[in-house]
Design a protein around this ligand. Structure first.
Ligand SMILES: [Zn+2]
Length: 280
């Protein structure tokens, strides 16, 4: 859900670099010969993302003549991901384009995810714009499942911008034990956009991740909140919450912390001492 610029690295450069390092002449030759197919399929992929038709793309059109899925997968792991491989510098360039996972916006990046899985779309296995930085948890949550309808299509962090307005909303829930719940905000999103955001929150288990982090944040803020409440009461606590929200919105509009402080500022119960119920 967080956007970064697409890698400037061209798919043909990655293919050529990996091919030069391959000892098996048959595989190397087939890979070199695949450059036109890879470039043509990359263009089709980018057009489908832009046209919001990615869920209609078929894996059968993204095969590489002369190479099996297993062979392509081996090329990817052995010649692009492996620390000592010829392609690793390019892998790291993409991986380090953002410090934070582009799916959860919270955990550190430690892998690249194939937007369309290499097992079904091998022609995109080495395509930089099909590789997006992610944390391990989000990578596992996404798995290799692909969208079957427009609402299930994952937001592409290189081509789609959902940072122009607030989409993440939190609210304070008091029972059975106090916690924060995270969901998709309403306006200004269309029904289709909302469906995709909700799918994203569900798929990557963001409610659970953010809920845990919010509980920790509130526990860490106990002394400060108590101090503010003693001297200024509910109004002063609300002002602090709004101030924290504002600072974090400046940093990132849909930061989970900003959503947390906004929710806390809206809760009379929390601002009037309810925060003590969050003590760890
Ligand atoms: Zn993540």
């Amino acid at each position: 859900m967080w956007k970064v610029d697409p890698p400037t690295l061209d798919a043909s450069t990655v293919v050529a670099t990996c091919a030069r390092a391959i000892g098996d002449l048959t595989v190397a030759t087939a890979l070199v010969s695949s450059v036109d197919v890879v470039q043509q399929r990359t263009a089709a992929f980018v057009a489908a993302v832009a046209g919001e038709t990615i869920h209609t793309e078929r894996g059968s059109e993204y095969q590489i003549p002369g190479l099996t899925h297993k062979q392509i997968s081996t090329v990817y792991s052995k010649h692009f991901v492996d620390q000592a491989s010829a392609g690793r510098a390019m892998y790291d360039t993409i991986r380090l384009s953002t410090p934070w996972c582009l799916a959860c916006g919270h955990q550190r990046v430690n892998t690249l995810d194939h937007y369309l899985p290499k097992s079904r779309f091998p022609a995109l296995a080495l395509t930089p714009v099909n590789l997006t930085p992610m944390c391990q948890a989000c990578n596992q949550a996404k798995s290799t499942r692909i969208a079957t309808c427009a609402e299930e299509v994952f937001v592409h962090p290189y081509y789609e911008d959902y940072e122009s307005a607030i989409w993440l909303l939190a609210r304070v829930v008091r029972t059975p034990e106090p916690h924060l719940s995270f969901a998709c905000a309403a306006s200004p999103w269309s029904a289709a956009q909302r469906a995709r955001i909700e799918n994203h929150i569900t798929r990557f288990k963001l409610d659970r991740m953010y809920r845990t982090e919010a509980a920790r944040l509130i526990a860490q803020s106990q002394r400060m909140l108590t101090r503010v409440h003693v001297t200024g009461g509910r109004r002063a606590v609300r002002e602090v919450c709004l101030e924290r929200e504002s600072d974090l919105r400046e940093y990132r509009l849909n930061d989970w912390g900003a959503a947390t402080w906004a929710a806390l500022s809206h809760s009379d119960w929390f601002c009037d001492g309810g925060f003590r119920a969050f003590a760890a």
